[in-house]
Design a protein around this ligand. Structure first.
Ligand SMILES: [Zn+2]
Length: 463
């Protein structure tokens, strides 16, 4: 039986011996106190910037560390993994990972090159049974799905909460997130509007789930977060009532596909290391181009092509807009998009919703907001994401150092602290972005901007 306030841990520090520890955590404790307790259990100092703690359930589900960490029992210990950086082993793992990724990417690029010549005009891309060389990408990427897992139903409480930015994204296992995403399609009226096939949708979502890598940050849960925050923004601002069904379909699919097969290393790395992705896309948004290409490769196969029943014109329009939305998530375009949107937002007579280009830009701004929206969430939900992002950044800069490539100071474990990283990002990127969007969308202040301001205060105090 679980004792309230006790959390039972098995400590895994990467060595062959595993220790057991029990810590006491109460709901009244501050996040930092709880974190210190976890660090102490792992024999680490919580001020150490180059150590990373991750808490897992036995089934591999990552849990947030904080006053609300679910309590467990002795029989069902959590695994607390601790890793300190700068170790030769890490570098070796990193290099072998990289080689693996390059081979995988090369396979996919080859497959894509082969499939490019067969992309049919318009919608309903069909698999050609006579094809001599079926795309390896699909063969490798698409999980075999002999039968779909049973579909869950959620309580009204859950589906209502799903419409709000306070939704706790850590509670759900992958298949539950798949079903929550499917629920969004239904609730937005897209299933009936576009005669989408339920089974195809679930296969599509399973395929998407399997095509996200297990990066610390850019993983399937991040994809779910972005879709859920977009869905939350549509509801709290009532934008869903103003958008056409096709625009909602575009937004939801774009969010779901926007980081597909992310390798865990950003565009700067793709360019500087002359990776396959950098080469294929001529250094122009290599990752975002790749995410969109993987998305449409999944949509090319009839059994995962949820857009199959769309009229040709709608398909073409959806594809164009989805590509624009995914490409808009490249932060290198941030300044340009902010400038264009500002002109529209400050236009005399208000934002021009009769202009198709302005509507398309609004969708791009919404996905941008959703993509970097973790600080809109309650602290116990958002804070683990900062650790995960830093873990991914540190792994990149470690590799860049090892390979003699340039590395960004904001990714350098010697220079960055969580607080310093967040203060700058919130002040100079998040707040200006959300305040600008709030000039066009109503009701952003209380549910969306206030939490960001509180997060800024929190990290300023921490700094
Ligand atoms: Zn993203």
């Amino acid at each position: 039986m679980a004792t309230p306030d006790l959390i039972y841990l098995t400590i895994d520090d990467g060595s062959s011996t595993k220790r057991e520890e029990t810590i006491r955590v109460s709901a009244e404790m501050q996040l930092e106190e709880v974190r210190s307790a976890f660090y102490a259990a792992a024999n680490l100092s919580s001020s150490s910037t180059n150590s990373v703690l991750k808490l897992y359930r036995k089934d591999g589900v990552l849990l947030p560390i904080g006053p609300n960490t679910p309590r467990n029992s002795k029989e069902d210990r959590y695994i607390l993994k601790s890793r300190t950086g700068n170790e030769g082993v890490d570098a070796l793992n990193a290099v072998s990972d990289l080689l693996g990724q390059i081979t995988a990417i090369k396979e996919k690029v080859d497959a894509m090159k082969r499939s490019i010549s067969e992309v049919p005009d318009g919608h309903g891309a069909k698999h050609n049974p006579d094809e001599l060389t079926p795309p390896n990408l699909l063969a490798r990427r698409r999980p075999t799905l002999p039968s779909l897992p049973p579909q869950r139903t959620f309580t009204r409480d859950v589906t209502e909460h799903l419409k709000h930015p306070t939704f706790d994204v850590w509670q759900w296992q992958d298949d539950e997130m798949v079903d929550l995403l499917a629920h969004m399609f239904t609730e937005l009226g897209l299933m009936t509007e576009f005669k989408l096939d339920e089974e195809t949708l679930r296969r599509f979502l399973q395929c998407v789930k399997g095509s996200y890598n297990t990066n610390p940050f850019h993983n399937f849960r991040h994809c779910f977060c972005v879709a859920q925050m977009m869905y939350g923004i549509l509801h709290v601002t009532n934008l869903h009532a103003q958008l056409q069904p096709l625009e909602k379909l575009v937004l939801l699919i774009s969010c779901i596909g926007h980081d597909l097969d992310h390798p865990g290393f950003n565009n700067a790395y793709q360019v500087n290391a002359s990776t396959e992705l950098g080469l294929i896309y001529n250094d122009i948004s290599p990752l975002e181009n790749h995410h969109a290409a993987v998305l449409f490769t999944i949509l090319k196969e009839s059994d995962t092509n949820i857009l199959r029943s769309l009229p040709a014109n709608d398909y073409r329009e959806a594809r164009k807009q989805i590509i624009a939305c995914v490409l808009a998530t490249d932060m290198a375009k941030h300044g340009e998009l902010m400038g264009r949107f500002k002109a529209g937002a400050e236009r005399e007579g208000g934002y021009d919703m009769t202009d198709p280009a302005a509507r398309s830009l609004l969708l791009q701004m919404v996905i941008k907001c959703a993509d970097i929206s973790n600080e809109v969430r309650p602290k116990h939900v958002s804070e683990p994401w900062v650790d995960n992002l830093l873990e991914e950044f540190f792994a990149q800069s470690d590799r860049e150092k090892a390979e003699g490539l340039p590395f960004a100071p904001f990714m350098d474990r010697q220079k960055v602290t969580k607080a310093s990283a967040q203060v700058g990002f919130i002040q100079f990127v998040l707040i200006p972005l959300f305040e600008l969007v709030a000039k066009v969308l109503p009701n952003m202040e209380e549910p969306i901007i206030q939490p960001i301001r509180s997060a800024l205060q929190y990290y300023k105090t921490l700094a």
